[in-house]
Design a protein around this ligand. Structure first.
Ligand code: HEC
Ligand code: HEC
Length: 348
């Protein structure tokens, strides 16, 4: 029951009493009165220190989180390996949801997230809020500000079976002291969707997978790219730009390490950009329908385009729509030769 410090105090005092008794035994005649007074004082001190310890101990128990809902989560540092769910930008600095938002879902929760319910215990949804960098009509994803996390735990009964927590973007320490007032009460609005607001964006439904054959010097549309790792995100609002749209950039497993470190990509690496319609509403920009896809696949035999095959795909048929990838794609990417022809940088 007592903490280590209090226990030491007791040990030290007991030892002192023992010493006092021994001394008293040998010097009984001379200092009897003095010794008795000393022991008296000692007894008082010991009692006080015991009371002190007990009181202190009670306080510690009281300040402990009383409910499971206030139990803090361990920050899930591997979230960038999870599936990227959706993005949104809130430019109003006074909003509690300000920032460039990225949502990630772990494997345990993915199916339920896509279905809009049925989360098993252990499901985790993480929302990263990044600084939006405005450059004219472009908005790029800057540094992380903070993370909001929900973890399914059916014993967290007072907060709908989820543990809510927030984390500082630099120190990864918890920033939430009242998950009920600070998080859960607002999420109550989505009780019918098990307290989850966002939905999976950019799901690919291939019309006929068999038709997605590749030709020499070409590659088939990678229908599974939504399970690849998310690299970066950018919005270009200038409709005249060839890169117009709400861009989501994904990398496959083979290329992920090179993408993280800006290294040289091994053969088989693939990078894809989905260009989605930016939906603007009162300082909020969200991801709309797909416009088209641009993709690159590393193949060191593709000598005429820096060891990459470039291709663009139609949003519906998922068929190639690029006749001259060297002039239409590669020429512009040559300015990034020193970075293996890749423009964008992985955002942690
Ligand atoms: C003012 C209402 C409000 C408060 C307060 C709030 N949230 Fe949210 N939360 C939202 C909305 C709305 C979204 C969807 C993203 C968006 O529209 O900006 C969201 C999204 C999320 C997501 C992604 C999953 C989902 O529901 O879509 C997580 C995780 C999350 N919030 C956790 C938290 C945590 C943890 C706290 C407390 C620190 C918190 N939220 C406080 C409204 C709120
Ligand atoms: C006008 C120059 C230009 C042209 C033309 C162009 N791109 Fe890009 N591409 C970019 C820039 C710049 C980015 C970085 C994202 C951004 O800033 O929008 C990019 C990003 C990409 C990416 C993500 C990896 C990376 O480099 O960041 C892929 C994949 C890609 N482009 C493929 C293509 C394909 C395929 C074509 C031809 C259909 C093409 N690009 C044409 C400039 C260009």
């Amino acid at each position: 029951m007592l903490d280590t410090r209090s226990r030491w105090k007791v040990v030290v005092f007991s030892f002192e009493i023992l010493c006092a008794f021994i001394r008293n035994y040998f010097v009984r005649k001379k200092g009897e009165a003095m010794m008795q007074r000393f022991l008296c004082v000692l007894a008082v001190v010991l009692t006080c220190s015991f009371i002190g310890c007990t009181t202190k101990n009670t306080v510690t128990e009281e300040t402990k989180p009383a409910v499971k809902e206030a139990a803090q989560l361990e920050f899930p540092k591997d979230y960038k390996n999870w599936t990227h769910a959706t993005s949104k930008i809130i430019l109003d600095k006074t909003s509690p949801l300000y920032g460039f938002q990225q949502v990630f879902v772990n494997d345990t929760g993915l199916e339920a997230y896509k279905n809009g319910g049925g989360y098993p215990d252990g499901s985790i949804i993480l929302l990263g809020f990044y600084e939006p960098i405005l450059e004219g009509d472009d908005i790029a994803q800057g540094d992380i500000i903070w993370y909001a996390v929900m973890k399914k735990d059916s014993t967290a009964e007072r907060t709908g079976g989820w543990i809510f927590d927030g984390f500082d973007g630099k120190t990864f320490t918890s920033t939430v002291s009242d998950p009920i007032g600070g998080c859960y009460n607002c999420h109550m609005a989505k009780k019918n969707r098990e307290y989850v607001f966002t939905e999976f964006a950019g799901e690919v439904n291939p019309p006929d997978e068999a038709s997605l054959e590749s030709e020499p010097n070409d590659f088939a549309f990678p229908v599974d790219f939504r399970s690849w790792q998310h690299s970066n995100f950018k919005v270009i609002l200038d409709k005249e730009s060839p890169l117009y749209g709400f861009q989501q950039i994904y990398v496959n497993d083979i290329g992920f390490q090179a993408n993280k470190t800006s290294g040289t990509y091994p053969d088989g690496s693939q990078v894809i950009v989905g260009f989605y319609e930016p939906v603007k509403e009162d300082g909020v920009i969200s991801q709309g329908d797909i416009i088209w896809y641009a993709a690159m696949k590393k193949d060191s035999t593709a000598a005429e385009a820096g060891g990459w095959i470039f291709d663009g795909f139609d949003s519906e048929s998922l068929q190639s729509k690029i006749d001259d990838p060297v002039a239409g794609c590669y020429m512009c990417h040559t300015s990034m030769k020193d970075n293996d022809y890749i423009f964008s940088k992985y955002v942690p």
